[in-house]
Write a protein that binds this ligand. Structure first.
Ligand SMILES: Nc1ncnc2c1ncn2[C@@H]1O[C@H](COP(=O)(O)OP(=O)(O)O)[C@@H](O)[C@H]1O
Ligand SMILES: [Mg+2]
Length: 293
């Protein structure tokens, strides 16, 4: 079983297995309907089945998801960010997206590890543009909704959960004004397209700007194995704070909370949570040492 098949069956059980079995049929029908050719799955599949190909002369991406609910938010967020830095949606159905394919499509991952802060400065420019999108009419979830997951007890992470709860209450009670956030803003979701950097794969969540930084901090996946991981995190926090005029301690606190959220989500979905938990401990070290924040 591939990692992708494993993720889908862990998340969706029998429904996921059935969806995987039907994929070739679904793709054939879509190819016929939208006149698509040369469809090939991309290398880094994670939660959705993503194929690159062509619609006549136009380079496209076909994205299929097993969960129509999360797709609904993604489609609405892509629409809301349409003129604020998101890739263009060419067509859509309940659980399928047809997107313009980024050209050349490099992701911000290409700057890791040698030019890491270059990726941060590009990410900040992308973020500034995204965050000027008008407050949406569609009812997106809020970060407060997402963080209720941390109120459930899990034997495995009680001390970390206790700290995350204190921090979450503090930050939620002192939030800057709320806006629409991308919600999954990391290197592989920021792509170069015709000389600009564009986002794909937004989850769409309402919250404050500083929240958006957390997910970027835990990526790319290779970061956690790097011997200087802690120093990368420290430098990134300083750089984000400077570019976005944010409080570095507040950023570090959101990072702690979100690493915990990621660990709990993975644990609940029977996926590996170890690297998220390592980040929790690294952010704790940064907060304790204060690192000149
Ligand atoms: N519009 C696009 N142009 C170029 N590549 C894309 C595009 N959309 C997705 N990809 C590629 O497919 C990968 C997975 O797509 P993504 O929408 O992020 O799916 P997931 O929700 O599974 O993370 C991306 O990291 C990127 O490499
Ligand atoms: Mg993605």
């Amino acid at each position: 079983m591939t990692d992708f098949e494993n993720t889908i069956t862990c998340l969706y059980g029998d429904e996921g297995r059935l969806w995987l079995e039907n994929l070739p049929n679904i793709v054939n029908n879509l190819a016929h309907r939208w006149q698509l050719s040369e469809l090939h799955p991309i290398d880094n599949l994670s939660y959705n089945y993503v194929m690159s190909g062509w619609q006549k002369e136009k380079p496209i991406i076909l994205k299929l998801g097993c969960d129509p609910k999360s797709f609904k938010n993604e489609i609405q967020a892509l629409k809301a960010f349409k003129t604020f830095g998101a890739m263009t949606v060419l067509d859509q159905m309940e659980d399928v997206l047809l997107l313009e394919r980024a050209q050349p499509g490099l992701s911000l991952k290409c700057y890791f590890p040698d030019h890491d802060l270059k990726a941060v400065s590009i990410a900040c420019e992308v973020m500034k543009k995204l965050h000027t999108a008008p407050y949406p009419e569609y009812e997106f979830p809020t970060i407060k909704d997402w963080l209720t997951v941390l109120d459930k007890d899990h034997e495995l992470f009680m001390p970390q959960l206790a700290k995350a709860r204190v921090l979450k209450n503090e930050l939620l009670n002192t939030m800057e004004h709320s806006i629409l956030l991308h919600g999954d803003f990391h290197h592989e979701n920021i792509l170069e397209h015709e000389g600009e950097w564009k986002v794909i794969d937004p989850q769409g969540v309402i919250g404050e700007r500083a929240y958006e930084v957390g997910c970027f901090m835990r990526n790319p996946k290779e970061l956690i194995k790097h011997p200087d991981c802690l120093y990368f995190l420290k430098d990134r926090i300083h750089a984000f704070a400077k570019h976005l005029d944010l409080d570095p301690v507040r950023i570090a606190k959101w990072c702690y909370i979100q690493a915990m959220l990621s660990a709990v989500w993975s644990y609940e979905d029977n996926l590996s949570y170890e690297s998220a938990l390592k980040f929790v401990s690294l952010f704790e070290q940064l907060l304790d040492a204060s690192w000149g924040f």
